[in-house]
Ligand binder design. Structure first.
Ligand code: DER
Length: 219
């Protein structure tokens, strides 16, 4: 129930930020699912949402919450999403659920990124969790070779295609206290659509559910 606790804590955290005109950015994953269910109890307190995946779009719509196209939104007060790992700099690895590209896009439009995790996601070094990289189909092998050259071990995520119609390579073998430089290098590899490092764009705040209750981490 640590995930339920942090999902509820996230709604309590953002409620004071919301007006009837507010747009809320919504992440993807099992924690984000619980956040959506909690948010639905307050759907009269904001205008609409923008979602980071078809999965979250469907769950929001099932609650009768309006989901807008990002192209119709100029700004968003907050983006709420989980992470696979988060370090003390609030840098994350995301993409375990395969939604990293739309997550990074929606997060980039929000005034603040509220990351919701249970304590198992807290790390000092990013990289125990494999790094997802969304690539264009023709670049699967060329990007994999580049990642091996950078010290990684690359494996295509079998039988998976993102909402954007692209495959994902999961790359292990990294251990980084600060992932900004490597994120920049990966972004520059031809064929890379997006990688799961959120180091150049870290969270603003992390709500962490622990056995002793909710911790709020800032940089
Ligand atoms: O795929 C993603 O980026 C998800 O947010 C993931 O990082 C967290 O998923 P979880 O809440 O199911 O652990």
């Amino acid at each position: 129930q640590l995930k339920e606790q942090v999902a509820k804590a996230a709604v309590d955290y953002i409620l004071p930020l919301l007006t009837p005109e507010s747009i809320v950015g919504v992440g993807t994953g099992s924690t984000a699912d619980l956040f959506i269910d909690e948010l639905a109890k307050h759907k009269d307190k904001f205008k609409a949402t923008v979602a980071s995946s078809e999965r979250s779009t469907q769950r929001l719509a099932q609650h009768g919450i309006s989901v807008l196209n990002l192209n119709d939104v100029q700004s968003m007060v907050v983006y709420v999403d989980g992470a696979d790992e988060i370090n003390p700099l609030l840098q994350m690895i995301k993409g375990g659920g395969g939604a990293l590209t739309r997550e990074k896009i929606v997060a980039s439009v929000a005034e603040q990124f509220v990351c919701i995790v249970d304590e198992s996601k807290l790390v000092d070094q990013l990289g125990a969790f494999t790094l997802p990289i969304e690539v264009l189909p023709m670049a699967l092998q060329s990007v994999s070779r580049k990642m091996v050259a950078l010290g990684g071990v690359a494996k295509q995520r079998e039988g998976f295609i993102t909402d954007n119609g692209n495959p994902i390579i999961d790359v292990g073998g990294f251990s980084l206290a600060d992932a900004r430089e490597l994120e920049g290098k990966i972004n520059d590899i031809p064929g890379v659509v997006c990688c799961g490092f959120f180091a150049l764009s870290p969270a603003t705040v992390a709500l962490v559910s622990t056995q002793e209750g909710i911790k709020i981490l800032t940089k």
